[in-house]
Design a protein around this ligand. Structure first.
Ligand SMILES: Cc1cc2nc3c(=O)[nH]c(=O)nc-3n(C[C@H](O)[C@H](O)[C@H](O)COP(=O)(O)O)c2cc1C
Length: 192
């Protein structure tokens, strides 16, 4: 039996990623985002959505600088990722509080959080108001990855990265499970 539920934003699986940008003074802003996904192959691009009340300091900085990074926390970073999403840079130096360190991106003037094993360097392509949120697409102009999460073909190994997943319905963090099958292959059996 199906039950009708009250509409709310939801998507499975949803990530918990960290967007980061420099503010006007060059301080590091960073906040946790569940509203984040890929949106173009050519050019490679991601989109993020941040509540547009401008209470999010990171949003102000991304709009000002038009450059940002996206870091993928591993499961072991759940505590740090949560803190970056419950405290504002208006009140605290969050990066110091969680003992993270940063460096400037190689291709954008935005901070990369060194502790994350994979980070995207992005330049803002479009900005659009969508309901309560400002939706920003960013062209991925570079990706920085730690060698220990790369496979022999220099591709990010999902299991080694062990990215943090998030459920916005129950407000809980999850680890992803094991590989199920090869994409673009397991479905071929239905072609016969
Ligand atoms: C798991 C999690 C996911 C979140 N996802 C979003 C999101 O997608 N968009 C958003 O505007 N805020 C989101 N937040 C809230 C911001 O991260 C939070 O308001 C943060 O304190 C903003 O920090 P800032 O003011 O330093 O930018 C999320 C928080 C958590 C804990």
């Amino acid at each position: 039996m199906k039950v009708n539920l009250k509409p709310q934003a939801m998507m499975y699986p949803a990530p918990a990623v960290i967007a980061s940008a420099y503010d006007k003074e060059g301080n590091v802003d960073a906040c946790t985002l569940a509203f984040a996904t890929m949106c173009s192959h050519r050019p490679p691009a991601v989109m993020i959505a941040i509540n547009s009340t401008l209470k999010r300091k990171t949003l102000v900085s991304i709009l000002e600088r038009e450059e940002f990074c996206i870091g993928f926390p591993s499961v072991e970073h759940a505590g740090e990722a949560d803190y970056l999403g419950i405290e504002s840079g208006y009140n605290e130096n969050k990066i110091d509080k969680v003992n993270f360190t940063t460096k400037k991106g190689d291709f954008v003037n935005a901070p990369i959080i060194n502790e994350f094993k994979v980070s995207l360097e992005c330049k803002v392509m479009t900005i659009k108001e969508v309901g309560s949120h400002t939706q920003i697409t960013g062209e991925i102009v570079n990706i920085q990855a730690d060698k220990d999460v790369l496979n022999e073909k220099n591709k990010v190994n999902f299991e080694a990265l062990n990215p943090l997943a998030y459920d916005d319905v129950t407000h809980a963090y999850y680890r992803m499970g094991e590989k199920v099958a090869d994409a673009f292959k397991i479905g071929l059996k239905f072609r016969e």
